[in-house]
Write a new protein. Structure first.
Lengths: 115, 112
């Protein structure tokens, strides 16, 4: 069965510091994609970063990077130089290529940035 | 990347009534997905909407309660029928395109 696990219900980080949000996944399919989303209190889901299972390099998008360790089945999100506006829920998700194409989500991590 | 417009963004509804949520994509897509996010929870897939065929519902969701239309490749609607306070959630639509996974803005529904 396919599954996403986020073990940190809540995290605190000091403004301007880096923070890592953990995500592990489980699938027997060799072809899949991993996604991270930010959900502020408004409720919208903001796409942050994508990593394909065959990508050789870790994905980066501005202050966001994805630490992809395929053998460990982990896809941790690293946010550098945290800002107050980064306070939100963060969800890790997976899509298996060849499936019906839906995303499977973890339970999320609530990040709070302290001034 | 596709732009997805969803409306309404929020609504407060009386129990026993129905609400239809619209999702418009700026390009043609084969599959669209509807999710529900109950308060404090993660996202749960309601159904997959393919153009030209009936929607495929996940376990725990039925067509009578959540009818879905998919009249063309750029548009879909989700209706929440005969609402109760337990239906108070955020409802989100998204598309199924390989590396793209953008969502509509979401509909925050409160049933009173």
């Amino acid at each position: 069965a396919q599954k996403i696990t986020q073990t940190q219900p809540g995290m605190f980080v000091q403004e301007k510091e880096a923070v890592t949000l953990d995500c592990t996944y489980d699938t027997s399919d060799p072809s899949y994609g991993l996604f991270w989303y930010k959900q502020p209190s408004s409720g919208e889901m903001i796409f942050l970063i994508y990593q394909g299972s065959y990508d050789q390099q870790n994905a980066t998008e501005g202050r966001y990077s994805l630490n992809f360790q395929k053998a460990r089945k982990s896809a941790n999100l690293v946010i550098s130089a945290s800002q107050l506006g980064d306070s939100a829920m963060y969800f890790c998700a997976m899509r298996v290529v060849g499936s019906q194409g839906n995303l499977i989500f973890g339970k999320g991590t609530k990040l709070s940035v302290k001034p | 990347s596709a732009v997805i417009s969803q409306k309404p963004s929020r609504d407060i509804c009386q129990r026993g009534t129905s609400l239809t949520i619209q999702c418009q994509v700026d390009s043609q897509v084969t599959m669209m997905f509807w999710y529900r996010q109950q308060p404090g929870q993660s996202l749960t897939l309601i159904a997959t909407a393919n153009q030209g065929s009936e929607a495929t519902y996940e376990s725990g969701f039925v067509i009578d309660k959540f009818p879905i239309s998919r009249p063309n490749l750029t548009f879909s609607t989700l209706t929440v029928s005969n609402m109760s306070p337990e239906d108070s959630s955020i409802y989100l639509c998204t598309i199924g395109r390989s590396t793209e996974a953008f969502f509509g803005q979401g509909t925050r529904l409160t049933v009173v």
